[in-house]
Ligand binder design. Structure first.
Ligand code: COM
Length: 522
C-alpha cells in the first residue's frame, strides 16, 4: 500500500497495521518516489532506527527507514519492553493482593487469581494501537520516509534494495536488532518442544493457561518473567548456571539490594537454583518435565507444562557480515567506535546489533549518535556507565558504584541505608514511600530497600541503589547528577526540595547527615 500522498488519521492506522501484519504487503511512504540520494538509510526501524532517522530529519537531512514489520518501534512495543512492563505492573498488583489478602478491603486468600493467558491476550489485542501511533507520528509529525513490512538487502554502503526498488544513499545505518538465544540442544535437548517459550513467542503464540513453569537461564528476562508467572499463581522454578543478577550486563548491582530481591522472590515462592544445570526438557505433544541438576549435584525432575527460555539474546549480525563484511566480535556483536562507525566506511551500526546493554536508551541514543555523525558532527556516545533497572515484583534501580565496588576501589565509604544495617526489617516500617505505604503498616519487611554510597573524603556520592516502587524515574536524573564532572555531594543532595517521602528517601537522609564535618553511616 502506498501511503506517500495520503493523509491517514491516527485511528485509521490501527486497522491498517493489523491488516498488514496478516498480509505481508509493504507499506510505502516515500517522497519523490524514493528517487535521489538519501543521507542515511536506516535498515531496521526499532528504537535506534526510529530515533536516529527522526533526529537526522530534524537536523535537515533526508533519512529513509526500512523495517520488516509493518510498524516502527521494533521489538520494544511488539514483544519486549511493553509487554514486560504490562506484566510487571500486573505482578506488583497481584503481589500486593496476595500479601494483604483478608485485610482491609482485600479479598480473602484463595480468591486472588490471575490468568497469564488473559494478560498475554490483552497485550496482543492492544499493542497495535502503539504501533499505529509510531507510524502516524513518524509520517505526519516528523516527516520521515519509510518502507515497512519488507526486508532490505544492502548491496554496498551506498545502495539498498527493498520492496522491489533500489535506493541510493550516502550512508547505511544498520539496526538489525537481536534475537533470543535458543536452548542449546547439545546441552539440554527438548528446547524445541511445544510449550517452550521465550519473551517473543510468549506474546505471539501462547494459547493455554500455564500451570507450572520452569525457567532455563538467569538473564534479566528470567527474573522479570519468573516474578510475573509466580505472582499470577503459576509456581515457577529457575535453573541458572550463574548467580542471578550477577551477569556481566547487570553491572553495579549492590549485594545487599540483590539479596533483598532474591530473598523476596523466594519468599513469594519462586524456587531458585543458582549453579543449576538443566539437562533435558521432556514431553511429547507439549513439555511435561524438566530434568536438571542442582548446585550440590542433586537431580531434579520437575513436572511442568510450561518452560521459559531466559538465556539471553544474540545480535543479528549475520546479514551485516554477509552484505558488507563488517567486523563482528566474539558475542556476535557488530564492532563500532564511539561514533557508531563500523569497520566499513559509511556504514554505521546501532541498537542491540552492537551488543549489550540491550536497553532502550542505548538503542535510541546510538541511533541519534549515528545520525549526528552522518550529518557532519563528531558526536561520541559512551554507554559503559548508565542507570539501570529491572522488575521483580518490585522495581530495582541502580546507578554508580555498589558498596563493594567503592570499597574495592579504595574509597573511604560512608553508607546511607534504609532499613539501616543491623536492624530487623520487621521492626521498622521504613522505607515507607511510593507504593509501599500499605506494606509499611501491615507487613513492614516488604517495604523495600535503599542505599546511597558516599565517599567520605570528597563527600561525593558514588552510587544509588533502590528496591521498591516509583524511584526508577528519579534514577534518570540521579545518573545525570552523579556523572557530571563535578558530581553531586551529600551536601548538595540535602539541599534539594523533596516531595513528601520521595520514594528513595535520599534527599532527607542526606540532609540528616550533611551538617556534620565527619560523615557517619546512617
Ligand atoms: C519504544 C519504541 S516502545 S521507540 O524507542 O519509541 O521507538
Amino acid at each position: 500500500m502506498d501511503v506517500s500522498n495520503m493523509s491517514i488519521r491516527l485511528p485509521d492506522w490501527t486497522p491498517l497495521v493489523e491488516g498488514h501484519l496478516a498480509t505481508g504487503e509493504p507499506i510505502v511512504n516515500l517522497a519523490g518516489d524514493g528517487e535521489g540520494v538519501y543521507d542515511a538509510i536506516f535498515v531496521g526501524g526499532g528504537a535506534a532506527g526510529r530515533f536516529g532517522s527522526s533526529y537526522l530529519k530534524a537536523m535537515g537531512g533526508r533519512p529513509l527507514v526500512i523495517d520488516r514489520w509493518p510498524f516502527l518501534g521494533g521489538s520494544c512495543p511488539h514483544q519486549a519492553c511493553l509487554p514486560h512492563h504490562l506484566f510487571s505492573e500486573a505482578a506488583a498488583l497481584l503481589d500486593r493482593e496476595r500479601w494483604l489478602a483478608g485485610q482491609l478491603w482485600f479479598r480473602p486468600a484463595g480468591e486472588v487469581k490471575a490468568s497469564i493467558l488473559e494478560l498475554v491476550e490483552l497485550f496482543r489485542r492492544g499493542r497495535v494501537a502503539g504501533h499505529a501511533f509510531m507510524n502516524w507520528q513518524t509520517k505526519t509529525q516528523l516527516g520521515v520516509e519509510y518502507l515497512l513490512n519488507t526486508s532490505a538487502r544492502v548491496l554496498d554502503p551506498h545502495t539498498v534494495q527493498a520492496g522491489g526498488r533500489t535506493f541510493r544513499t550516502r550512508n547505511v545505518v544498520l539496526g538489525l536488532g537481536a534475537r533470543q538465544k535458543p536452548i542449546d540442544p547439545a546441552e539440554c535437548p527438548g528446547g524445541d518442544l511445544p510449550g517452550v517459550y521465550d519473551f517473543g513467542t510468549l506474546v505471539e503464540t501462547l494459547d493455554y493457561e500455564p500451570r507450572r513453569c520452569v525457567i532455563v537461564g538467569g538473564s534479566k528476562v528470567a527474573v522479570e518473567y519468573g516474578s510475573f508467572f509466580q505472582a499470577a499463581g503459576c509456581p515457577t522454578t529457575i535453573f541458572t548456571r550463574n548467580p542471578l543478577l550477577r551477569t556481566k550486563t547487570m553491572h553495579h548491582v549492590d549485594e545487599d539490594a540483590r539479596r533483598y530481591v532474591l530473598d523476596g522472590m523466594r519468599k513469594r515462592g519462586v524456587e531458585i537454583y543458582e549453579g543449576g544445570v538443566p539437562l533435558e526438557i521432556k514431553g511429547t505433544d507439549r513439555v511435561e518435565a524438566v530434568v536438571a541438576t542442582g548446585p550440590d549435584g542433586e537431580t531434579f525432575h520437575i513436572e511442568c507444562d510450561f518452560v521459559f527460555n531466559g538465556t539471553g539474546e544474540r545480535p543479528n549480525s549475520e546479514p551485516a557480515q554477509e552484505w558488507l563484511g563488517v567486523e563482528v566480535g566474539s558475542a556476535g556483536e557488530v564492532v563500532v567506535d564511539r561514533r557508531m562507525r563500523t569497520s566499513v566506511p559509511d556504514v554505521y551500526a546501532v541498537g542491540d546489533l552492537i551488543g549489550p546493554p540491550m536497553e532502550m536508551f542505548k538503542a535510541r541514543k546510538t541511533g541519534v549518535t549515528a545520525a549526528r555523525n552522518v550529518m557532519g558532527e563528531s558526536a561520541e556516545f559512551d554507554f559503559t556507565e548508565y542507570p539501570d533497572f529491572l522488575h521483580t515484583t518490585y522495581e530495582m534501580s541502580w546507578v554508580g558504584l555498589t558498596e563493594e565496588e567503592a570499597r574495592a576501589q579504595g574509597y573511604d565509604v560512608m553508607v546511607i541505608q534504609m532499613p539501616p544495617k543491623g536492624l530487623d526489617h520487621d521492626d521498622i516500617l521504613l522505607p515507607c514511600a511510593e507504593g509501599t505505604m500499605l506494606y509499611a503498616f501491615l507487613k513492614p519487611g516488604l517495604s523495600g530497600f535503599q542505599k546511597c554510597v558516599v565517599d567520605r573524603a570528597t563527600r561525593r556520592i558514588l552510587g544509588f541503589h533502590h528496591v521498591g516502587y516509583g524511584a526508577k524515574d528519579a534514577f534518570q536524573y540521579l545518573d545525570y547528577l552523579l556523572r557530571r564532572p563535578e558530581g553531586i555531594t551529600i551536601d548538595e543532595m540535602g539541599q534539594l526540595n523533596e516531595l513528601f517521602l520521595n520514594p528513595e528517601h535520599f534527599i532527607q537522609l542526606c540532609r540528616l547527615r550533611a551538617g556534620g564535618a565527619e560523615l557517619v553511616d546512617i
